[in-house]
Design a protein around this ligand. Structure first.
Ligand code: ZN
Length: 197
């Protein structure tokens, strides 16, 4: 009998941490970008090799960028690369949207949804890949056009969904100039460099 009681106590002690982790049950709280599973760094690669950055995520100098059409906050990184350079998918997933037009480089972009749900925007590129095409990490998904200050890739990452984050002055790469970093994070935008080694 005494042995049985000890088994019960031991089982309770072993289960306790599991139960507390599950506290709240399904639907508890709001899923923020911090709560979502993140890919390990080596599952995201740079969309162009050896990137240098002409503008970073929420770059302090971006609102004063003379090449921009109007002052704004930057929701991704800009990587200068020669026009026509290949752009590689930074993740495996599905290309969910192709809104590219070589005659409109400023607005051209594709969106690739990674296997963990993150959406990667690759902007100022041309692409012939149809929406709903499966993509492997490193696959060529387009070529660089010339937009703004010169040919560059805009790379943005949204952990919730790009389409839902747009509107009310928010684009796929730029936010109203009064936007704070915290507000951008709440809409799912994160620094793409945080996913690289
Ligand atoms: Zn940009």
């Amino acid at each position: 009998m005494r042995q049985h009681i000890w088994n019960v106590i031991l089982t309770a002690l072993l289960l306790a941490p599991t139960m507390s982790l599950a506290g709240g049950g399904p639907g508890h709280g709001v899923v923020s970008y911090n709560d979502k599973p993140r890919p390990v760094a080596n599952l995201t690669q740079s969309p162009v090799p050896n990137p240098s950055y002409s503008a970073v995520f929420f770059d302090e100098s971006y609102p004063d960028d003379p090449a921009a059409k109007s002052p704004a906050q930057h929701l991704g990184v800009d990587i200068p690369v020669p026009s026509g350079s290949a752009v590689l998918s930074p993740v495996s997933g599905v290309l969910i949207s192709n809104q590219t037009d070589p005659d409109d480089p400023w607005n051209s972009r594709v969106v690739i949804r990674a296997e963990n749900g993150d959406e990667h925007v690759l902007g100022h590129i041309n692409s012939s890949i149809k929406a709903q095409t499966s993509i492997d990490i490193g696959d060529p998904v387009g070529t660089i056009l010339t937009a703004g200050s010169g040919p560059h890739l805009h790379w943005g990452v949204n952990t919730i969904g790009v389409q839902g984050a747009m509107g009310g002055g928010w684009g796929w790469g730029r936010a109203p100039v009064t936007t704070t970093l915290s507000e951008a994070n709440k809409k799912g935008w994160i620094d793409p460099r945080s996913l690289l080694n």
